[in-house]
Design a binder for this molecule. Sequence first.
Ligand code: GAF
Length: 372
Amino acid sequence: MSTTWSAPGRVTLIGDHTDYNAGLSLPFGLDRRTSVTVRRADEPILRVRSDSPGAGPVSVPARVLELPEPPAVDGWAAYPIGMAWALAQAVPGAIGPFEATVTSDVPVGIGVSSSAALEMAVGTALAELFGLDLGPAELAAAGQRAENVAVGAPTGILDQTAVMFARRDHGVLIDFADLARRAVPLGLAAAGLGVLIIDSGTRHEHGTGGYGQRRAECAEATSVLGLTSLRELGVDDLDRVRPRLAPNVFRRVRHVVTENARTARVTELLDAGRAAEIGDLLTASHASMRDDFENSVPAIDAAVAAAVDAGALGARLFGGGFGGACLALVPTDRAEQLAAAITAGVVAGGHPDPVIRLAAAADGPRREPDPG
Ligand code: GAF
């Protein structure tokens, strides 16, 4: 017997670097998916294979599932095998030997969470194959554990939560203070709007580098200010706390605090059917990441500027940053024209040709027909 499940990538409409600060985020599921077919294996192994270039098959002994430490697996296979290990930690003894085959059209390394799509597709498929009694929030938590412990990337739980609770034509408002979630209608089609995803061609890697440093700076601010999380601060508190923080740490805090406020306001506008009014908040979010969180790169700043100059309602870097993609909110009937203008602006700035496509908000994990 085999079973196939797929899961979408993730786009953050607004609310980045708020998840590990107990803040707010409003992501949606990308209409690109990763599918995983799993079947029980006859031998005591876990074998994973993928149709992606350079992602060769990997096998490890099934007994790694019983160990308290994750198996040392390099490259792409750390995600599916790490996910199986995290599930085995959550439900000891429930998972046995298996083979998994992965196919995906979620772009890797551009910030649309190909890793969470893979983790959640593996998680939902293994949950069915082995009859695990785990809900979507528990699968998301296992995915974060896989990523933090098995892969070694110090990420929050935004991506896995967004993927698990994604809903067509909706965003998912997530309050990371208590992990409460609510579907928010995007209302883009009714407003004649669409979201362009602009891949800058610069790649990011969250296992190393800037992401962990930013997380540490937020943790430092939390500790210096004697808080449980930065969520305890509102925009009105910023002037008061500023003298107690190093200038760069203060800027990180200002991004997080103002991003929570922008996310709440975008949600209010969308709830009121006023999607056409969120653009300036998206662009303000970009400025906050560029200047305060300092996780943008010149090619993305150029794409955002070109998008706004060409008539996008708003544009912003999204995801972890330090490379990757940005989004632009555009009138759908001018999307092609705007994409051409963005490309021209980016290339004129000496950056590589971006890859641009219109995205739609897609559903979360679903069972797929047997590929045969
Ligand atoms: C990455 C991380 F995985 C998320 O947890 C989140 O912090 C995001 O960057 C920024 O919002 O995708």
